[in-house]
Design a protein around this ligand. Sequence first.
Ligand code: DON
Length: 592
Amino acid sequence: MKPSTLLCPAFVLVALAACQPQSGNSVPDRPTLEETEQAPAPRIWDKGAMVAAADPRAVEAGLKILREGGTAIDAAIAVHTVLGLVEPQSSGIGGGAFMVYYDHEDDALTVFDGRETAPQAADENLFVIDGEVLDYVTAWQSGRSAGVPGMIALYKAAHEAEGQAEWGSLFQPAIDLAREGFEVSPRLAGLLANERLRDAVRLDEDENASAYFFPEGEPLTVGTVRDNPAYADLLQSVAASGPSAFYEGDNAQAIIDVLGQEPLPGAMTLDDLSSYSVKLRPAVCGDHETMRICSAPPPSSGAVTQNMIWGLYERITEGSSPGYSDEKLAAWVDAQRLAYADRDHYVADADFVQVPTSDLIDPRYLDARVADVFAPDGNPQAGDPGEVLGRGSIIGMWGRDLTDETPGTTHISIIDKQGNAVSMTATVESAFGNSRMVNGYLLNNELTDFSRQPTINSLPVANAPAGGKRPRSSMSPTMVFDQDGDLFMVTGSPGGNSIVAYVSKTIVGVLDWGLSAQEAINLPNVIARGPSVGVEIDVERGQDWADMLSAAGYPVEERTGENSGLHVIIVRGNGLEGGADPRREGVALALD
Ligand code: DON
């Protein structure tokens, strides 16, 4: 593997000391131009461009921007504003995202952390009333669950860093579609028609959401043309005046008003909104025998889990030849169990608590951790990277976080004509966020990604709520680089805490089992968090895998209706290969 060439690009605002690969290897700084004898040859990109996302209309908006010379970041903004319209159950401008951006010419990675943030007035008892921890649904369907949205601020920070297209033009596809009206998709209509979901989601209880999704009391049906002038107007203002149109003035007041309503009014203030800032963070990468995996650092679980799972899998299967085998499937399950246990224990907002990010993916820790692989019917426990690496035990600092997460997220993968790439997972957390609608978009319930229970067995939970803190996320927008350090794969998915397993499936499926992007996406989902192993049985090979793992002694939980939404782009010798998850409605399309 060639030594790291990943650097903090000039626009990274965080302390440069943090701009080190976190794999434990020391990486020399790249010489400046003045230090080299001559400028390096420009890096050539001749593989084309592609957009993969959850709706063809959003993909087309992204392709249009790329066709006109926009960058992957420009395209991501256009794609996402259209998704906020046509896939409102999953994400939108009332939510947040993590975006990993790869600059091909500079060979540099940056993470834009647009995660929703707890209001300053929040504390560890955000979801505790009179000593009782609120159940998930009560917490979700309350004014307290919404974090300050990060999406529009992320668009701006990313565009200022690497946008080429004119800011206002990026909103035009969504504005046009919102004014003309869009055809309601089968997935959106299906969710709205689902009575059980309707009872849980309670869109009917919000005046705006009810009128929008249930005109005359009936759910929107497939093919109905739904316009959204309020969303078009707001985007038009953002296009003209920038993020202040969202974070200040009428829109900000409307957010505060709707969150101030019963049940359980939230404590968000105008000041919380106007002071929101995107955090630009260095990507965290792990070096492995045949590749480098880079993803978002905490509060995202992406970098920790994807590197841990692959690193452990590689160690368990050492000496085997490439390709699928039943033993390797079991090895992947074992690797997941250990990584999930560590993630559940340690990952949280590292600006608030100590997260041993680099230690968890340190090869010396992985060498030791692989010995913890346990019997199929055992119960996973967190490891102790502090002890293994001689820094002193840290396992007793925290109680284990058992936060659950439910549907409502989307993933976008893009490579532009210059070879720059975006991997962005965006969310409103649950289906339709917290169901309160403002100016044609839904607010998020991201704060339920905190541990609602702030202490477990008298120990604080790392991921407990606090004012200004960002909740832990399973979102894992990821890029894989090959042995020459060249971009090989852009991947990511929605799916709550199963995201970790979904994304890992594409890495293992493509890199070790030799599959195409689409074949890897189509594989049954296998999720090994906690003692049981969830296996998706209503897809090809699913029942076989469930039976095989069951026969090997794993407590298999047979699952149907998995919620992945993987969108993957692979860089092959002869061009780009894409894949889109058939479990959702997306496509991967190359620029012609
Ligand atoms: O950030 C997270 O981990 C969750 N809010 C993601 C939720 C999700 O993916 C639901 N997906 N379908």
